[in-house]
Design a binder for this molecule. Structure first.
Ligand SMILES: CC(=O)[C@@H](O)[C@H](O)COP(=O)(O)O
Ligand SMILES: NCC(=O)COP(=O)(O)O
Length: 239
């Protein structure tokens, strides 16, 4: 079964446009879980452009499914995650000024750094996942870092899906097969949508979790949050 973790960054983006608490990030998380969401993902960025540090602490006692915190492991981020103790931390190597995440880890180059940080999280009982381009060459080093999972960075798949979906998914399939053989769990995310999700989930073996935010929250403007979460769950259903 592939779990749906809903990324609620965009709820915070709208809220921050006016300050105050509308729409409420915590209420959205609770409702998403009531509507069937199987996890809540947030990506607090250093400039707090959407999710703030306060949100991270406010959400922790309310999330009853799986809490997944994503981010670049600078020391303040690491310390916050160790204090909050979510079920999962996803390490993303994004520059502070990046508009959004735009690359996976070079696991060979950053091997020592990742190994050290991953041990810190694992010793605290927090599952780790590292954001990875669909590049089988990165899997060998990823596995040696001790991470529990990888998160396949799906922007390229989403971009090329409408042109040639067989070609778009091939590197993801190859990376996923090797990751499974290497004992790694597989998550995926970035630009997944109602259009492209089913093909991805049907063709990637052992896909444990997808985290989806931008498209899902955008689609919810027209369909409503409950219908949208349900529509995503249907795309992930195997029957
Ligand atoms: C790791 C990943 O792909 C997502 O977390 C993405 O970075 C969302 O972040 P933004 O909402 O800031 O674009
Ligand atoms: N890890 C990916 C994520 O949380 C959401 O990415 P997106 O759907 O906002 O592109």
């Amino acid at each position: 079964m592939t779990k749906l973790s809903v990324n609620i960054n965009k709820i915070a983006t709208i809220r921050n446009a006016r300050g105050g608490e509308t729409p409420s990030v915590t209420e959205a998380a609770v409702k998403i879980e009531q509507f069937g969401g199987q996890g809540i993902t947030i990506h607090p960025r250093p400039d707090e452009r959407h999710i703030t540090r306060k949100d991270v602490y406010d959400l922790k006692p309310l999330v009853t499914t799986e809490f997944n915190i994503e981010g670049n492991p600078h020391r303040p981020f690491i310390d916050m995650v160790l204090e909050v103790k979510p079920e999962q931390v996803t390490l993303v190597p994004d520059a502070d000024d990046a508009i959004t995440s735009n690359a996976g880890w070079d696991t060979k180059k950053h091997f020592d750094f990742l190994t050290e940080i991953i041990a810190e999280f694992r010793n605290a009982g927090i599952r780790t996942s590292i954001f990875l381009d669909p590049n089988p060459a990165m899997v060998e080093y990823a596995a040696k870092t001790g991470t529990d999972r990888i998160e396949l960075y799906t922007e390229a798949y989403a971009k090329y899906y409408s042109q040639n979906k067989e070609a778009a998914i091939r590197p993801y399939y190859d990376t996923a097969v090797l990751a499974t053989e290497s004992g790694l769990g597989i998550n995926a995310g970035h630009d997944l949508s109602l259009d492209n999700l089913k093909y991805f989930a049907d063709h990637i073996p052992n896909l444990l979790e997808v985290s989806i935010g931008h498209a899902l929250i955008s689609e919810a403007l027209y369909m409503g949050l409950e219908n949208t979460v349900q529509a995503y769950l249907k795309r992930l259903a195997k029957w």
